[in-house]
Design a protein around this ligand. Sequence first.
Ligand SMILES: [Zn+2]
Length: 303
Amino acid sequence: MEAHSRQLWLKSVRTPAILLLTACFLVLVPIRAQAAPFLRMGSTGESVEMLQNTLSALGYYTARVDGIFGPLTDKAVRAFQSASGLVPDGIVGPLTWAALDRVNEVSRGRTGPLRGRLIVLDAGHGGVEPGAISPWGDKEKNFTLGLALKTRRYLEEMGASVIMTRYGDYSPGSDWGYPVDELLARVSIANSNGADIFVSIHNNAYPKDPGVSGVMGFFRSGSYESYTLASKIAWSVNASSGLRMIDVQEGPYYVLNRTYMPAALIEVGFMTNRDDCLRLRLESFQDRVARGIAAGIVDYLGR
Ligand SMILES: [Zn+2]
């Protein structure tokens, strides 16, 4: 009798409980997907596309590259993780990215003008730090990531190995198991990997005068190499994108001063300028900028 009533109670409580759990899941998952530092089931976008491309080059993923992290991507990630001695949890964080990069490079046998070069690309801001926000709501962190991911593709096509300080919308400092200052994390990634060059990508802002637009390069004070790199990239972006060339200046920035290798920081357009912002929203424009950054790097490293 008691067992029977308990069963009834369970039955009456189960359906609402499942509905409630489902509702929580539906509400929480999209928020997590945006804020989560890692790619996982439900993630979408350019980073997922890049992941699928890599997994497919390695033979783990045979479905369509669509930028959606679904069950097939999940399966491929877990298979890769198992084969690489990682925890097969289907979550793509820095360890999995690093393993993918390593294996991919070996399997490809790179060729091209940048063969043998290691470049660290630094997409400015990320996660809780949006960077500059345009009067129309655009966030700098999204533009810098789009530009960096596209630049990466061009550099790899020319044979370079590229390490990103972040692969998605998170702070580079959030990856280390304990909180690390995000700027220190960016610099450490470049220094500990012994990168040949470090290139940081940002978008400028000048609220006082929304008319100001264009591209600027920044270099480490006193470093001719850093100046040359910044200058070549800025002029090259000017040529590829049509953004007005403003100038190349010394930049008293942590990421320039604390890195050991030639380093440049590039400010691509102004978040406070309507035309610059409208253009930065276009994938085609980001692509032109990325081609310019890559060409400037080839020009510098190919000397
Ligand atoms: Zn910035």
